[in-house]
Design a protein around this ligand. Structure first.
Ligand code: FAD
Length: 397
């Protein structure tokens, strides 16, 4: 018979919900702590800025519903493939309906499994990582409006303005396409001019911004781009205010969480302290679920852990193969092997449908590069056995 553990889950976003769901299924006693008054984390839109969520008013998911589901919990069939944030929030609310969540409760400290006033055997850290802006620029001289994408809400705020957007990651490009509809001019500055087709109001410049001055931005080459408004889309750092540095350190510009094995298990507490959802450039929900299943296999004593030396060497081995250490948690193509490895070590069957998700992901990444304006204007149809998908244009439906 399996020993029941007291499990603490920090955060009721997608990662916390799937961790709690599976832990309860395994017979553990679970408390979920959520600092806000609702579930959903990232997917809770608020007009107010300065809150946890970085969601903007109008958005379509950058992955389709066919690749964003928890195993065996499909999105509603009437929804388009690329959904609004409201639809994802509804999905998470439905998924959470029987879970024991303590709302308006912020975890402030974890010490050797002592959380607030309670004792736990296991802690799942699921506090998200798109809430603490990475902003490399001193904006104090700039006379116009400057904001990080964390505080961007809607394009109307930039009507008839000359806007400079720095960074062309998923948020940067989404915001560029929105602001281009209302602004007089948009200059998108990013490392590479990655998109061959952009709206006429957008000028794409491949360079690095060195600094922000009184009237705009200065590039490393010394070029100056004037702006009424600057939107800095340079991403986020990790943050764990409830963990002290004897337990967790943030390295490489706070973009690497250490010391962890498999981006998940604390190396000194590999069967009791887990960080779900750290990998970047992934299919998120399905990957969170695989991480949780592996963690639960370790808690149950069934999953495999390698030798202590291998656990402690995990980070060095991964860093060794990377050009940029700040990309430590960025997976993209590595995610498939990563999930397969966790399933193998956890002794659970890999999800057969994952192969279809992999194909969908590859298709979307290619289409996005080719046609970032239009790639979300399609629906996908799965074959009966769900092994293949076909693209159905909105126009032909
Ligand atoms: P979060 O959703 O951030 O949830 C963390 C939760 O923890 C929050 O509810 C927070 O209030 C709570 N919390 C934090 N600290 C504490 C504490 N100390 N005590 C108690 N509670 C705490 N992914 C996709 O798959 N598709 C997309 O299209 C997509 N679009 C995105 C668009 C934007 C603008 C952003 C920012 C992200 C997007 N993502 C997308 C990624 C998205 O963040 C993940 O899909 C996923 O929602 C992350 O879930 P999470 O549970 O890890 O974090």
């Amino acid at each position: 018979m399996q020993f029941t553990k007291k499990v603490c889950v920090i955060g009721a976003g997608a990662a916390g919900l799937v961790a709690a769901k599976h832990a309860i299924r395994e017979g553990h006693e679970v408390d979920i702590f959520e600092q806000t008054d609702q579930v959903g984390g990232t997917w809770v839109y608020s007009e107010e800025t300065g809150c946890h969520s970085s969601m903007y008013k109008v958005m379509k998911t950058n992955l389709p519903k066919e690749a964003m589901l928890f195993q065996d919990v499909p999105f509603h069939e009437d929804l388009p493939s690329f959904m609004s944030h409201e639809s994802v929030l509804e999905y998470l609310i439905e998924y959470s309906n029987d879970l024991p969540i303590k709302f308006n409760t912020t975890v402030t400290t974890i010490k050797n499994s002592v959380v607030t006033d309670s004792f736990y055997n296991v802690v799942f850290v699921c506090n998200g990582h798109f809430f603490e802006p990475l902003n490399p620029y001193d904006s104090s001289k700039f006379k116009g409006r400057i904001l990080h994408s964390h505080d961007y809400r809607e394009a109307e705020d930039f009507k008839d303005k000359n806007v400079v957007i720095v960074g062309a990651g998923p948020s940067g490009i989404d915001i560029t396409l929105q602001v281009a509809q209302t602004a007089k001019k948009v200059t998108l500055i990013s490392k590479k001019a990655a998109y061959p087709v952009l709206p006429k109001t957008v000028v794409q410049v491949a360079t690095h911004v060195k600094e922000v001055d009184e009237t705009g931005v200065v590039t490393v080459e010394g070029d100056h781009f004037e702006a009424d408004a600057i939107i800095v889309c340079t991403g986020y750092v990790f943050k764990f205010p409830f963990l002290d540095s004897s337990l967790i350190q943030l390295k490489h510009n706070e973009l690497m969480v250490s010391p962890l094995y498999q981006h998940l298990c604390h190396v000194d507490h590999p069967t009791s302290l887990f960080f779900v959802g750290l990998p970047l450039g992934t299919i998120t929900f399905p990957l969170f679920e695989v991480q949780v299943k592996y963690a639960l296999s370790l808690i149950a004593g069934k999953g495999k852990l390698p030798s202590d030396a291998t656990i402690h060497n995990f980070e060095d081995a991964r860093l060794h193969g990377l050009q940029n250490p700040a990309a430590f948690h960025t997976m993209v193509e590595d995610q498939w092997e990563y999930m397969a490895e966790l399933a193998e070590m956890g002794g659970f069957e890999p999800w057969e449908y994952m192969e279809t998700i992999r194909k969908l992901y590859a298709y979307i990444m290619t289409e996005r590069r080719k046609n970032v304006i239009g790639y979300k204007l399609v629906n996908f149809e799965l074959s009966k056995d769900e092994k293949e998908f076909k693209v159905v244009d909105f126009a032909s439906q």
